[in-house]
Design a protein around this ligand. Structure first.
Ligand SMILES: [Zn+2]
Length: 319
């Protein structure tokens, strides 16, 4: 009896210490693993040199995958300096221009010259390596943008967006879309993912949804749907304790919602990370701390690597 008890006690101690070791190993890996930041807007206040410095300091190996819609607009100087560590895309600046001139209605009008020029040049841009995909295409942000005049909700599977998928499909590119989780928007996203099964559809900010069941069913039904987790951390919100922010926030520098960890572990090949520094108030370093300390450190070591960079490398064909 006594021997049994001792045996049991030592077994418990052993499994506990294995667990503690694994948790320590995950924490360490989360701090050291390279990151692919797939939602990095380069803006007027971040020069190519500054971006390079920030990336090196924070072990961010790749950056971009969205546009520079508030200037500098042209991201070629970033590609020139960072070579294939900058992930160039098209579409965001064009959509932004169209929205500025024609309002939301323009976003679904494939005949507009801005769309025509983009669609005519896109194949060439893919071929020459000047772009890797389209994005960020902001098509439904009616709740999620703090600036009222920037909000819109339009049909997502409209002619111009469908045409971008056709081109991305042909060139093994990706499409990154910012939408919220309205039922009609979800149906439109599903329709595009079904029509273009070989093209990665990356959901910016994982739809800003708090409904993990929705993401679970989208991912279970479509093998080409991915989530990137930018703007889902505490520091992104000026008022993180508001009811809306509490729903949207998934992780902070030292915590994460367990239902999201379960979801990510269920689909470890479908999640990526990003910082979304869309205005100067967003602290890049703080976002990286939150990604490492809150989100990544609570995953299994193999999942940490996938979410931190391996999924992006595979899907965006980075090198
Ligand atoms: Zn963005």
């Amino acid at each position: 009896m006594k021997v049994k008890k001792i045996l049991l006690a030592s077994l418990i101690t052993l499994s506990f210490s294995t667990f503690a070791n694994e948790a320590d190993a995950a924490k360490k890996l989360a701090q050291e693993v390279p990151i692919a930041d797939v939602h990095r807007h380069v803006q007027k206040w971040v020069s190519p040199e500054l971006l390079k410095q920030q990336m090196e300091k924070n072990n961010v190996r790749w950056s971009g995958a969205v546009g520079a819609p508030f200037g500098p607009f042209d991201t070629a100087p970033y590609s020139r300096l960072l070579k294939n560590k900058y992930i160039p895309t098209a579409g965001q600046v064009e959509l932004s221009d169209i929205f500025g001139v024609h309002g939301a209605a323009g976003l679904t009008d494939i005949n507009l010259r801005t769309y025509q020029e983009l669609l005519e040049s896109a194949d060439k841009l893919f071929l020459s390596g000047q772009i890797k995909g389209f994005g960020e295409l902001i098509l439904n942000n009616k709740q999620s943008n703090p600036n009222v005049s920037f909000r819109r909700k339009v049909k997502i599977d409209s002619a111009p967006i469908d045409a971008m998928f056709t081109i991305a499909d042909k060139n093994k590119g990706f499409v990154q879309i910012h939408s919220e989780d309205d039922a009609d928007s979800i149906e439109e996203l599903k329709s595009l993912s079904n029509k273009y099964k070989n093209t990665a559809l990356i959901l910016s900010h994982c739809l800003f949804t708090s409904n993990v069941e929705l993401i679970r069913s989208l991912m279970a039904n479509s093998s080409n749907i991915y989530c990137e987790m930018s703007a889902r951390s505490r520091s992104h919100f000026p008022n993180p304790d508001s009811e809306k922010a509490k729903l949207w926030i998934v992780y902070s520098e030292d915590s994460v919602k367990p239902e999201w960890i379960n979801l990510i572990e269920e689909f470890p090949n479908r999640f990526m990370v990003g910082t979304d520094t869309y205005n100067p108030r967003i602290n890049f370093e703080k976002n990286i701390e939150e990604i490492r300390g809150g989100l990544l450190s609570n995953l299994k070591p193999s999942t940490i690597e996938l979410v931190a960079y391996k999924n992006a490398v595979r899907v965006m064909r980075l090198e």
